[in-house]
Ligand binder design. Structure first.
Ligand SMILES: NC(=O)c1ccc[n+]([C@@H]2O[C@H](COP(=O)([O-])OP(=O)(O)OC[C@H]3O[C@@H](n4cnc5c(N)ncnc54)[C@H](O)[C@@H]3O)[C@@H](O)[C@H]2O)c1
Ligand SMILES: [Zn+2]
Length: 681
């Protein structure tokens, strides 16, 4: 390949990766690969400057603005950071800084490099007036409403020394615990999992519906302050002031006297960073004094006074001994790699996730291969590749099972899904077991004292086939039963036994569960795609189990945020005779089959069949009241603007992007008064 061809190929490929990463929140390759390709391109361009393409990613910030939000111009450009993975490069950076400052003394401030989305917040007279993404560095998306949902971002700051106009910048992120929570919920209701916290954060910030954004508890760390004229002498002073004014500044930063101290900081955080509540991928090193920053200046893409040191993802190599196929509640089969134990980032790793059959194929991995495992932002490490140099004739192909490893039923794969499923929902032991686990969890019936092997014991003894059987258990059924569990990995024995106290606790928890609200009961049924939030919406809208059981697909579609997939799943579930029998037994046990509050009482039919969306705030209604009135009069609230939408109700401070889109699609816009008039019609 000629240099010209290679340059063209790299330019196209990297531009495509950037587009996927910033526009669609998808990583086509890992960051290290991306950075290596970018470095290769920069190197080729240096050698052949005449071959450099005008759209080269080496001299531009990677992102763009999107059509869904209105565009804002940054007062000060939002640039990228030069990055390196090596100590030598860091020493070179330090040499450049020393040269650039002509022998002046200088210090650095080191911060963690938070792995999220760059945000810019503008405050006028102490009030947050604008929040934006980085975009292409010059212009970004106005996502003020979404940023307002972050609880740690102050909407107003006060104090004698606060400038009238200033900007703060930081990293918006999805905390790891929140990422795990969302994925657990998604797994629970059969939704595909989010790939990693960074991409999840980026996707969330770009959502149109800020109520949906608020449900994912995003957070933000601030790390930079900008104003004109400057009010601080150093970056350090600004971090201290930001913290004092109430901004969320991670207290992990440290001032370093020289590059050796910087290296110490870098080494210190290499594994300690995994204890932080968010994903990080390196250390950012900044010259502390602002006047020196100015003196050093900028390239087209990044400041010369800062650099990012990126950690290579922590990897280890070990042998893949076996694959276990786990069957989840919805029947999805997931392969789990069983590894020869290996130390990685301070913990012993014995298993790694392989996601699905496609992933095994993509990796080309075989049993007994030596594989690379990496720990990224997520808790469970993953297999990232095969060490082909160490493949021997011991390696044997992985034969993906065609029947359920637990019950022998032939597996099925649905159109467009990566997972295989065991369709034997009722008879398959792990599905039955996880159905119980779903039923007893806190957000469902809250009988968590039945965890840790107790359910298995009940099933084994034939005391419970379905969760409905829990309600007919007696003291004498339970007292004294026990089972010995053997942990296959540690070889340890664990005895689960029902003594008097245990039995009393369990029976009283079962009794108490009868008081759980209706929405919990609905969620506990374990209908696919009916997670917590959906259960709450259905319960609010229909008010009773009977209403939901008999609801048609169309009636279900009228519930806010309920699409065809959920509607179909609900109808199919209740059409099943065993499921209906299960429901009747729960009714007989005395569970709550009706909601106490917010039953939609029909006020009228003036809005029958009409669809609405609203934007802004209203004089006569809160959001909830508005939605309730629409529903009570036969209308439906949609979650986004489309051609199907009949009316956009426009309140105070309406979102400009919604207005623009409605205009483009010719969706009629009405005021609050016009809406009131429709109700009375
Ligand atoms: N995997 C892919 O397909 C893909 C595609 C595009 C980009 N990327 C990754 O993204 C990088 C380019 O992204 P980039 O231009 O945002 O550069 P960057 O992420 O390497 O560095 C700049 C960004 O760091 C963030 N940051 C975090 N903590 C910070 C702190 N304490 N101080 C200052 N900034 C901090 C800010 O958001 C800032 O915009 C690439 O080097 C690559 O690793 C990956
Ligand atoms: Zn099965």
């Amino acid at each position: 390949m000629t240099p010209q061809e290679r340059i063209a190929e790299l330019t196209d490929r990297l531009n495509f990766y950037n587009y996927q990463y910033y526009q669609n929140s998808i990583s086509e390759v890992d960051d290290f690969t991306f950075d290596q390709l970018l470095a290769e391109l920069a190197d080729l361009e240096n050698k052949h400057p005449e071959l450099r393409r005008p759209d080269s990613p080496t001299s531009r910030v990677g992102g763009t603005v999107s059509k869904e939000f209105s565009t804002v111009y940054h007062r000060f450009p939002m640039l990228s950071l030069g990055n390196t993975y090596s100590e030598e490069d860091l020493v070179e950076f330090d040499n450049r800084v020393r040269k650039g400052l002509n022998g002046q003394e200088y210090e650095y401030v080191c911060e963690l490099k938070f792995d999220g989305v760059a945000l810019s917040l503008t405050y006028e007279n102490g009030v947050l007036v604008q929040g934006a993404t980085r975009g292409d560095g010059v212009r970004g998306d106005d996502i003020t409403n979404n940023i307002r949902t972050i609880r740690t971002v102050p909407l107003r700051v006060t104090g004698p020394d606060i400038p009238a106009l200033f900007e703060v910048r930081g990293e918006g992120f999805l905390p790891l615990a929140e990422f795990e929570r969302i994925n657990k919920e998604r797994e629970d209701i059969g939704e595909p999992l989010l790939a990693n916290p960074r991409n999840a954060a980026s996707g969330t910030f770009k959502q149109q519906d800020s109520a949906a954004v608020a449900r994912r508890r995003l957070d933000c760390y601030l790390y930079s302050f900008l104003s004109e004229p400057e009010v601080f002498q150093t970056h350090e002073d600004s971090l201290v002031a930001l913290k004092k004014w109430g901004f969320n500044v991670s207290q992990t930063w440290r001032k370093c006297a020289d590059i050796r101290e910087v290296m110490t900081f870098i080494n210190e955080w290499e594994t300690k960073r995994f204890d932080l509540p968010l994903g990080t991928d390196g250390i950012v090193i900044k010259v502390n004094r602002y006047d020196q920053q100015r003196e050093l200046g900028y390239t087209a893409k990044s400041p010369r006074w800062a650099i990012a040191f990126k950690y290579k993802a922590l990897a280890a190599s070990t042998v893949l001994n076996d694959i276990r196929y786990q069957v989840g509640r919805t029947g999805a089969v997931t392969p789990v790699a069983m590894l020869t134990p290996v130390l990685l980032a301070g913990t012993i790793v014995k298993r790694a996730s392989l996601h699905n059959a496609n992933e095994i194929e993509r990796l080309g991995v075989m049993l007994n291969d030596t594989v690379f495992v990496e720990k990224g932002g997520e808790i469970i490490p993953k297999i990232t590749g095969v060490d082909l140099n160490r493949r021997t004739d011991q390696s044997t192909p992985i034969v993906y099972p065609t029947t359920c490893p637990a019950c022998g039923t032939p597996l099925v794969r649905k159109e467009g899904e990566a997972n295989f499923y065991c369709p034997n929902e009722k008879g398959c032991p792990p599905q039955r077991q996880t159905r119980f686990e779903h039923f007893i969890q806190r957000r469902a019936m809250n009988i968590e004292s039945l965890g840790e092997g107790k359910i298995e014991l009940l099933i084994d003894r034939g005391l419970a086939q379905t969760p409905a059987d829990l309600y007919s258990l007696t003291y004498n059924d339970l007292l004294g039963i026990e089972k010995v569990f053997l942990d296959e990995e540690t070889g340890k024995r664990r005895v689960v036994s029902f003594r008097e106290k245990t039995v009393e606790n369990i029976l009283s928890a079962i009794e108490r569960s009868k008081a759980q609200p209706f929405q919990n009961v609905l969620f506990a049924l374990g209908i696919r795609y009916v997670g917590n939030t959906t259960a709450e919406k259905l319960a609010d809208y229909f008010g009773s189990m009977d209403a939901i059981m008999t609801a048609s697909q169309e009636a279900l579609l009228a519930v806010p945020d309920t699409g065809p997939r959920i509607a179909e799943s609900v109808v199919t579930w209740f059409a099943d005779a065993d499921n209906r029998d299960f429901v009747e037994r729960l009714r007989a046990a005395g569970l709550n089959f009706a909601g106490e509050k917010k039953v939609v009482e029909r006020e009228g039919d003036t809005l029958d069949g009409k669809t609405f969306l609203y934007t802004g705030t209203f004089a006569n209604f809160s959001r909830e009241e508005l939605e309730a009135r629409i529903a009570a009069n036969g209308g439906k609230v949609l979650s986004g603007i489309s051609k199907k939408l009949n009316y956009l109700i426009v309140g105070e401070n309406a979102g400009p992007s919604k207005l623009e889109k409605a205009q483009k699609l010719n969706v009629p816009m009405i005021s609050e008064d016009e809406f009131l008039a429709m109700l009375d019609a």
